[in-house]
Design a protein. Structure first.
Length: 390
């Protein structure tokens, strides 16, 4: 169980590929049982797109927002994306507790849940995620997502997605209960996972300096058939062996058809770029591709720089996927490699969860280029999801 812990943000850059082991049959049937998977294999990208398409207001479980463990922003929600399947997107603060020794001065020897032999989980060997220990509000039903109300138990299986990677993990520890008065944290937080989870996802895994502020999506499969049994020595292997079956189960339970993809061409995600001061890469609105979107500061000139690569020089069409949930359009200056190439209008969309496209012709050089979107009004630029070059 988490006690007082100071969590330090560190930007993370992760590999964009993962090799997922083949899946063996696991457990008995349930509402989303491991052996209810679709015949055709579902890729991690397809599954994540399906999950994100179902992370809508209508499917939100909590009535009060959760706290992002790293940023402390109260902007994390949990959604029931399929029968018995719950998902949220937040940070990954690194939990190094359990039976593995660690130099972190806040390290604790215990985890809330143990392996099948009753041993404390080993954070350096077992990929696990963390949920709130109790209902912070002391109400039933809980206004926040409380695992005990949703048929979730210790070692409950979940998929974790980050920056193109997908891993299997288990519910291993909890965040500060109401009776822990010495802690800086509380059970409303979502966004913590073990050293092993961070390592597998390509996120810096130090308990004192590691982690990532946002973009990690956790998809929890409830029910007894998705509780993972094993020891510290083999829980990781077992969890990874369940990944493809879980992906296929998501495909079957959500219709198997991912949402509309961006236009054809080479697509570059905005979150791979850099922002001017005050901007953030967020994931609190639904329907984005990749791991999030660029949200510039509300200021004239606030910008996002997106790196793009083309094989041959020439005039290309840059199609930006964006949202603008305000009442006014957000025009922006588009620059390539430091030179302005004109103003592009970004008209309003129905809300921040609705995405549209806007295009402009720009000259690109062979190899690496940087495309800047800089807002022309005091509101800054629209939220930018990606740019597709064609």
């Amino acid at each position: 169980m988490k006690n007082s812990r100071k969590l330090i943000s560190l930007a993370a850059v992760a590999s964009l590929a993962v090799a997922i082991p083949l899946v063996s049959n696991y457990g008995a049937s349930a509402s989303t049982s491991p052996d209810a998977a679709a015949a055709a294999s579902v890729t991690p990208a397809q599954a994540l797109a399906l999950v994100q398409a179902n992370m809508t207001t209508a499917n939100k479980v909590n009535s009060k927002p959760h706290i992002n463990t790293m940023t402390r922003a109260q902007n994390v929600n949990v959604y029931q994306v399929a029968s018995g399947v719950y998902a949220y997107t937040s940070s990954l603060a690194v939990d190094d507790d359990g039976s593995d020794p660690d130099s972190d001065p806040d390290h604790q020897d215990q985890t809330t849940f143990q392996d099948s032999n009753g041993k404390q989980l080993a954070a350096h060997h077992v990929p696990f995620y963390v949920l709130g220990d109790d209902c912070w509000d002391r109400k039933s039903p809980c206004p926040h997502f409380f695992y005990k109300e949703h048929n979730i138990k210790g070692r409950q299986f979940a998929l974790m997605f980050y920056n193109g990677k997908c891993i299997g993990s288990i519910f291993g520890d909890t965040q500060t209960g109401n009776d822990q008065t010495t802690s800086d944290n509380d059970s409303r937080e979502l966004g913590e996972a073990s050293v092993k989870s961070a390592s597998l996802l390509g996120i810096p895994s130090s308990g004192t300096t590691g982690g990532v502020d946002n973009g990690v999506t956790v998809v929890i499969f409830s029910g007894s058939s998705w509780v993972v049994n094993g020891t510290n020595a083999n829980l990781n292997t077992t969890a990874q062996a369940m990944v493809q079956n879980a992906l296929d189960t998501l495909g079957a339970s959500m219709g198997g058809t991912p949402p509309t993809t961006p236009p054809t061409g080479n697509t570059f995600e905005a979150e791979t770029g850099t922002l001017s001061a005050g901007g953030t890469f967020d994931s609190n609105h639904q329907g984005f591709t990749g791991t999030g979107f660029a949200n510039t500061a509300n200021a004239a000139g606030a910008y996002v720089d997106i790196p793009v690569t083309v094989s041959a020089a020439g005039t290309k069409t840059a199609t930006f996927r964006y949202s603008d949930g305000t009442a006014a359009a957000r025009p922006a200056t588009i620059s390539v490699n430091g030179t302005s190439r004109g103003t592009l209008n970004f008209p309003v969309t129905a809300n921040w969860d609705t995405w549209s496209t806007a295009s402009i012709s720009v000259p690109l050089t062979a190899g690496s280029n940087t495309i800047r979107v800089a807002g022309n009004t005091a509101d800054g630029a629209a939220n930018i999801d990606s740019v597709t070059i064609s």
